[in-house]
Write a protein that binds this ligand. Structure first.
Ligand code: NAD
Ligand code: MG
Length: 376
């Protein structure tokens, strides 16, 4: 029996992870969850999975009084305590945003295997996370579909025999449509192939998500930016590719369903005992094309920030999170997002090998500056 702690259980990835746990009750048991503000959903999860420890955003005596057998934690400190729980071997990180950083590190330091969808923590502090995971001898397995595909393909290669990797991008709702000042929130959230949380869905529409994924891949796989390619693939059926040093391209394909990469990660290095939904090829066409960096400048900006390294990726992440949240609140137009993010990065002084404190300090400064720019 494998004991798990699940962070962000009430979200989109969290829900998919719960589906996998529900399907294999003899293999996985939920020791703890964090659910943050969504109390009704958390009540359902506690009722169904009976975790012993639950972390909330803040103390809530009216709610917790109903569960005398559950230990409740709260706030950021609570997330770190949950990550360090002795009673679990594996942490699944499905929190959205930078809030995933400290609990990810706490899980690594407590010796847990970390299965993570939280790209923001790797974008901001990839060097530190990878160094700590290596120092503690932990397995770190990506849940992000593209990275999970590449991760699994790479296990088939000998060191030194990989030429490059490719991440696919659906291209989002504006792949073939112009972006102008009339774009609505509803159009942005109407993703052609994936059902996801709001923040990542907006990032898919600007290709910022793919940019973050390039930086994520750089850290996870130790690849140079020239070796990490992005290709637009509208069907979202091929998720990742690896080109061997002989030139052959290996592709990993499956339906767009996050339960597939999540189950592969949860069973790794074994294979899930039941087949996942399969891609049947007849009638399917697979298209690939070059991304348009002029129409989607945030993808290029991510490559630049990644190559500069230091605090630049964390700055990009902080600026984007601030601007996109303002867009979600109706305070910024969609077509203004790239320009505002670029402006917020102007004048950020890089620090080549920052510690965690410097990263978080920069994150805070960029958010403040960005808020001023937007007039928040
Ligand atoms: P979501 O918005 O659906 O869920 C986010 C979860 O995080 C919720 O449980 C929420 O309660 C929790 N949360 C939010 N703010 C928090 C905070 N400050 N502290 C603690 N918990 C907090 O998001 P999602 O789509 O499930 O994405 C989660 C992560 O997975 C993100 O990093 C995203 O980039 C990544 N990801 C998602 C998908 C997808 O298909 N949804 C695919 C690849 C990667
Ligand atoms: Mg992805």
């Amino acid at each position: 029996m494998e004991r798990l702690v699940l962070f962000g259980a009430t979200g989109s990835i969290g829900g998919s992870a719960l589906d996998v746990i529900r399907k294999f009750p003899e293999r996985f048991e939920l020791a703890g969850v964090s659910g943050w503000g969504n109390i009704p959903r958390l009540a359902e999860i506690i009722g169904e999975f009976r975790p012993k420890v639950v972390c909330l955003r803040e103390e809530n005596p009216d709610f917790t009084a109903g569960y005398p057998d559950v230990e409740f934690l709260s706030g950021g400190g609570g997330l770190e305590d949950l990550a360090a729980l002795d009673d679990a071997d594996t942490a699944i990180m499905a929190i959205a945003g930078t809030a995933g950083l400290y609990p990810s590190l706490a899980a690594i330091r407590s010796g847990k295997r970390l299965l993570t969808a939280n790209k923001e923590s790797i974008v901001c502090a990839g060097d530190i996370i990878m160094r700590e995971a290596a120092a503690y001898g932990n397995e770190l397995i990506p849940l992000d579909s593209e990275h999970n595909a590449v991760f699994n393909l790479l296990t088939r290669f000998d060191p030194g025999t990989v030429a490059e990797i490719t991440l696919t991008a659906s291209g989002g709702p504006f792949r073939d449509k112009p972006v102008d000042d009339s774009v609505t929130l509803e159009q942005v959230l109407d993703h052609p192939t994936w059902e996801m949380g709001q923040y990542i869905t907006v990032n898919s529409a600007t290709l910022m998500n793919k940019g973050f994924e390039v930086i994520e891949a750089h850290h996870l796989f130790g690849m140079g930016y020239d070796q990490i390619k992005v290709v637009i693939h509208p069907q979202s059926l091929v998720h990742g590719m690896v080109r061997g040093s002989d030139g052959t391209l290996y592709m990993s394909a499956s339906p767009s369903d996050m339960r597939i990469p999540i189950s592969l990660a949860m069973f790794f290095p074994e294979t899930p005992p039941e087949t996942n939904p399969k891609l049947e090829l007849p009638g399917v066409s697979l298209d690939f094309r070059e991304p348009d960096l002029e129409r989607f400048p945030l993808l290029k900006l991510a490559y630049d920030a990644g190559r500069e390294g230091g605090v630049m990726p964390a700055s990009l992440n902080a600026a984007n999170e601030t601007v996109v949240n303002a867009f979600l609140e109706g305070k910024v137009r969609f077509d203004k997002i790239p320009e505002l993010v670029m402006k917020a990065l102007d004048g950020v002084a890089n620090v080549p090998t920052p510690d965690l404190e410097t990263i978080m300090e920069t994150d805070w400064r960029v958010r403040v500056r960005c808020g001023e720019l937007i007039g928040l």
